[in-house]
Design a protein. Sequence first.
Length: 131
Amino acid sequence: MDKQKILLIEDDRFIREIYTFTLQKANYKVLTAVDGQEGVALAKNNPDANLILLDVIMPNMNGVEVLQLLKAGAATQNIPVILLSNLTDEKLIDEAMKHGAYGYLVKAQIVPTQLVEKVKEMIKFHGKNKS
């Protein structure tokens, strides 16, 4: 069985490296992008991804804008997206969910191992287990 593929779009190098390491240790294949434009291109080139972890605050294009592009694209619209942020603004969370986000996690409230558990839950729930 192939490893499940996670796309991580995160501009903070430290967070990107910790999440990548932790997810790889949990036997996921992790592909990373450092901004929204790179993330959209990565998703288009990997429509078989099981999940996208998307930072909200990034240069050039924020996470909600990236989410809208992903949900509008034929190749990427069915990939579940979890937004990651330290923002707990209810309006932002509502907007993200309205645009098709699968979940919203506050980085400061979870440790990397909890992120892995959330990823497992969401992939299992979404039924995107691919072999």
